[in-house]
Design a protein around this ligand. Sequence first.
Ligand code: ATP
Length: 366
Amino acid sequence: MILERISILGYKNIEQAELTFSPKLNCFIGNNGMGKTNLLDAVYYLSFCKSHNNQVDSQNIKHDADFALIQGYYLLGGAAEEEFFCSLRRRQKKQFKRNKKEYEKLSDHIGCLPLVMVSPSDSDLITGGSEERRKFMDVVLSQFDKDYLHALIRYNKALQQRNALLKSDMQADDSLYELWEEQLAYEGHIIYAKRKAFIEQFIPTFQYYYNFICQSNETVELKYESQLEDENQVALLKQKRERDKILGYTTAGIHRDDLDMRMDDYSIKKVGSQGQNKTYVVAMKLAQFDFLKKAGSTTPILLLDDIFDKLDSTRVEQIVKLVSEDNFGQIFITDTNRDHLDEILKDLNSDYSLYQVEGGGINQLK
Ligand SMILES: Nc1ncnc2c1ncn2[C@@H]1O[C@H](COP(=O)(O)OP(=O)(O)OP(=O)(O)O)[C@@H](O)[C@H]1O
């Protein structure tokens, strides 16, 4: 899949940009706070109908503007270019269109433009709460498995309903609880089975990337943890019901799943250095890329935002080798330091584009 060109109006600090991209490598250089991440975020928006780092849409519109527009023109395997259009207006529902036709549901779009973003905020995967790690699994699986996405949407609705009952002052009938608990168990089982299969398949690729980048004998592991591993969810929810009424929320189910992330048998959260943590999440994201590429019919776009920060020269060199290979399709990479990019470009056989980003303006240098 190739993003051939993009047109942006009033998105964050980008007032206006009309850019044509290389099918292989697109490099953006600029100082801190100039708009490099914002540009990648606009590309991310076209894939996920939301920003990577700001869920409040009104804050993604340029401060003094009334609306933001992002238009992307893609080659998706067919002969003709396809247009994806997104408009954000203050206090209005966002519009999302494919070839001028508005989507009925935004979830219909998820997966059409597969994309993986490696960003400095990925460190939240290690340092953040378990919801970050569930989000990681959800983002990967939802992009190619509609059954997963729909089961997750139904699960979350049932969870909201059960939580509303738990919080309400009225004494709800047990049969009402049973109704939602059976639905939670049904959808929860679908999600559990798919997460489990995904992580099993994911681990060897993740370990391969970690070892390739670190080039030493650090060993990393990843384990899926779920209460459903050895419990029946209907029985578990029934057993927890009285306690949940006191707490006012549901304490059992796949919405409590986690990933145990380890290095040399210790929790990486406790022992990992900044560079090791960074390598761990970069390896996860590259494995995510491989997984999506194999599962889908098109090669995802790869966004690499400030990927070299915190890494030693060996690790930088290994990542440079990886991204210069043909395994990856179209890549967008940002850096404040021209040296890293020059290193990649000197080994690259194919065509590339280079842009300078300054104060939200983007100039093509090559
Ligand atoms: N809604 C908005 N309207 C105008 N400017 C915004 C908006 N949201 C963010 N910005 C500005 O965008 C800038 C940050 O841009 P961005 O994160 O893309 O920087 P960057 O070039 O990636 O920098 P770094 O190298 O530090 O990561 C900040 O100056 C911020 O004030």
